[in-house]
Design a protein around this ligand. Structure first.
Ligand SMILES: C[S@@+](CC[C@H](N)C(=O)[O-])C[C@H]1O[C@@H](n2cnc3c(N)ncnc32)[C@H](O)[C@@H]1O
Length: 463
């Protein structure tokens, strides 16, 4: 029996399509067992958080990390409010800034209460951090990551923003030739585009997958018909009045039969192969995988024969997350998608407003690529690019000598040196240290150089 179970009472008749999910640890089938989903093969239990199953391999660690993030948010909020009090005290009584800072100080307290209250139904409460924040997508290591997207999804329409409308128009137009059917949305965030696609593009069942608790929690309540009041703090408000904007987050079309939210890893969804008619990725393929090519076989595997992948978003890579060699330009991505066995059905690029709050004087535009791609006829086997071994990315794993290496012709002396040092035991770190000590390779470049050489050798011998 697993070490961690959850005691939140019984899940009353969980409404969830269990046939579309599997145990993230052993791929066994799942069944409701009191307050959990339990794997019928390995026995691991997974909590259901405010109606959303949490199918992450170590859910207790993930929830613990969310609690620690909330604790950090509360502490930072308190610090800011204390500093604001000191700032106010330093101002002359007649200063016109007193009112703005006083309002901000008060509203930040209210903001903290609202965020804490929004997460409480998921069992996420502020705690002190006891384990380090896991390495992840830059910018996502706080509980309020994507907080502005929540406002965009469910609040800005009321003030004239057309970002949501434009996004669903483009997806609908791209997918117009047939219903979406059974759909999975990877990285659905607060679920506006996912739910609009479900409602307007004839999806029968949609799984909206994400790993961020705040957008998912608020999206869940809004989609259930609740009006959720939250506070927005625009980065560059036009006047003091807009330093804090109270928004009522609501859906114009709540209550979506067949729409389900799921906490799971969108890079490795715990779903059976070939069960989805549609995979949707929106603002995901550039930001979340460190190498898009690793996601393509996953998308192909999720799709049933005749299914399709709809993508909507830019190619803007984070330099700390995606190495230069994986920051593919659009034409490279097109080639990689074709090499993964997909054929493009349609595509277009539009320059769109992005995250332009009606209450902010700042905003940006992005070139958004909307495309539909289908596994090409007869290519389901071809979709699996030869999977890259994990030791390519792990500097401490021994690098085996693989067949095909003996015929490899090194294109550069550095490649020849690395090739000569591959003995089946040494790791990339070991080889980098030898290059530093014996061949004057600069220490800052050695490890990356070795890993690049070995990866190139692997690819050249696995066409
Ligand atoms: C740039 S946002 C896009 C959100 C949404 N698709 C939209 O259009 O607003 C990327 C989303 O991916 C989610 N995400 C990051 N890593 C993920 C993972 N491994 N699995 C699932 N979702 C993930 C983030 O929490 C975030 O909601």
């Amino acid at each position: 029996m697993p070490a961690h179970d959850y005691d939140r009472g019984t899940v009353p008749a969980l409404d969830f399509p269990l046939e579309l999910v599997r145990c993230p640890q052993c791929a066994g089938g799942l069944a409701v067992d009191a307050d959990l989903l339990r794997c019928s093969t390995c026995g691991h239990g997974y909590p259901v958080l405010a109606g959303m199953p949490c199918l992450l391999p170590r859910p207790h660690d993930v929830i613990g990390n969310w609690c620690a993030r909330l604790g950090e948010f509360v502490a930072n909020n308190e610090d800011t409010r204390t500093r604001l009090l000191a700032d106010i005290a330093a101002l002359p009584p007649s200063s016109p800034s007193r009112a703005r800072l006083g309002n901000l100080q008060r509203r930040l307290g209210e903001h903290r209460e609202r965020i804490v209250a929004a997460l409480a139904p998921l069992g996420v409460v502020p705690t002190l951090r006891v384990a380090p924040e896991p390495v992840g997508v830059p910018g996502e290591g706080s509980i309020t990551a994507y907080y502005h997207q929540i406002h965009r999804d469910w609040g800005w329409d009321a003030d004239g923003s057309e970002e949501n409308t434009r996004a669903i128009e483009l997806v609908r137009e791209a997918a117009a030739d047939r219903p979406l059917g059974t759909t999975i949305v990877l990285g659905a965030g607060a679920c506006r585009l996912a739910s609009d696609a479900h409602r307007t593009c004839m999806a029968t069942t949609t799984l909206a997958v994400d790993i961020a608790p705040l957008p998912m929690a608020i999206g869940c309540r809004v989609l259930a018909g609740e009006r959720v009041t939250m506070l927005e703090f625009p980065l560059a408000p036009p006047d003091a009045h807009h330093a804090c904007v109270e928004r009522e987050l609501a859906s114009a079309s709540p209550g979506l039969p067949g729409f389900y939210q799921l906490f799971a890893d969108g890079l490795d969804p715990p779903c059976p192969a070939g069960v989805f008619d549609t995979v949707i990725t929106a603002w995901f393929i550039d930001q979340v995988p460190t190498d898009l090519t690793t996601l393509l076989p996953t998308i192909a595997t999720l799709l049933r024969a005749g299914g399709r992948w709809i993508n909507h978003g830019p190619l803007i890579y984070h330099p700390n997350h995606t190495s230069i060699r994986h920051r593919y330009a659009r034409d490279e991505v097109r080639d990689l998608i074709a090499a993964a066995g997909f054929a493009f059905v349609n595509e277009r690029v539009d320059r769109l407003l992005f995250m332009q709050s009606p209450a902010c004087t700042q905003g940006r535009t992005e070139s958004v690529w909307t495309f539909v791609a289908e596994p090409a006829q007869g290519s389901r086997q071809a979709t699996a690019l030869t999977p890259e071994p994990s030791w390519l990315a792990d500097p401490h794993a021994p690098i085996p000598r693989w067949s095909g290496l003996s015929g490899y012709a090194p294109p550069h002396p550095l490649f020849a040196r690395v090739l000569g040092l591959l003995d089946g035991q040494r790791t990339a770190r070991d080889i980098a240290d030898i290059l530093i000590d014996q061949h004057n390779v600069p220490s800052h470049a050695a490890l990356a150089g070795v890993q690049t050489c070995v990866a190139e050798m692997w690819r050249a011998t696995h066409p």
